[in-house]
Design a protein around this ligand. Sequence first.
Ligand SMILES: *[C@@H]1O[C@H](CO)[C@@H](O)[C@H](O)[C@H]1NC(C)=O
Length: 385
Amino acid sequence: MSSLRVLVFITLFIKIGAQTGDDVKHLITQLFTTNDYVKQVRPNRNQLQPMILDLDFFLVGIDEVDELKQRLITTGYLIIGWTDEYLNWTGADFGELNHLYVPQTDIWMPDITLKNGFTKLEKLGSSFIKAKVESNGQVTWMPFEVFESKCTIDITYFPYDQQSCNIIFVVWSSSVADVMVTLWNNGIKLDSMEDNAEWSVVSTSARENVQASESTVIFTLNLKRSSNYYLMNIIIPIILLSILNLFTFALPADSGEKMGYCITVFLSFAVFLTIVSSELPKTSGSILGYYLMFQLGMGTFVVCCTTVELRLHHRNGDVPVAIIRIMKCRNVNKITKMEHQNETESEQGITWSDVVSSLDVVLFWVSTAMVIVATIAFLGLLWTR
Ligand SMILES: *[C@@H]1O[C@H](CO)[C@@H](O)[C@H](O)[C@H]1NC(C)=O
């Protein structure tokens, strides 16, 4: 859609606003044949002066942010302007013709390129793109590209992450004494920007940089991921499953359902994680990844506890005194009353089944506390950044 728009834009530009076709022919003969234009010569009459390039970057769309390959793919075009001192004429001599379109291969072009590119270093534009030349020698060139640039992507706060990516343009061969690139406007132009479903642009900036006689312009794109999809499809279902997991301890051991229930929850967790892992960035180290590990660990913990509980539940024989003492400590008030009645411990009729149900209560609250603390810590880390 957007590339179409640019193509239409370029096609409109090709139309020559001259009075007659002969004027254009004469002008082209004058500029390129009579004046003997040599495109290898940097068009400064005084070669001690550097050629100043003005650069603007129009972002058309963000195509992809690849966490695994650490790259950003954007579609956009540059507007590069400079003055070609060999391409000037007096408009009156050519029927008030004051601009001309020439293929980019016919005139001098700066060797500007994407410095942090992902694919091999290539010249910008293509032979069908034309540059606009005005009668005062001002050349405007708009190469349209899909830029693949390197970008370090940190997924610690996924899916509430923000990424900052640089798109760096450099004058490759020429030194800063020969060709220098400067900014036309500040920042990236977003006028023709198409929305991306996952990423939105928070802010942009641009700066010029001259380092070791290399002239660069650095455009910075700050991107924010829209997290709603991940909240709805990953985070909330996991929290709900973890609540189901806790309620294993609310089922009485007699019911015979306890083991089946907790294994079902564990399995649905495992199946869900398999689905979810395809949605996650394939890089490790995100807080969400650690939280998923914690939840899986909790699932294992609940299954193990349930197994032990069921084993105890079906045990015959007396409950050891030590365990009864521990249970007494938990219910100090009740036990104090019992002690007044002066009964011996074994006569109080505490069975393994009672031990298991008090264990259930303890484990329920302990696991609830663990899940709540971990979930608050997890959401807090994501949301308060
Ligand atoms: C073109 O520009 C140069 C200076 O850059 C000037 O000397 C020359 O007269 C100009 N030619 C025309 C036809 O205006």
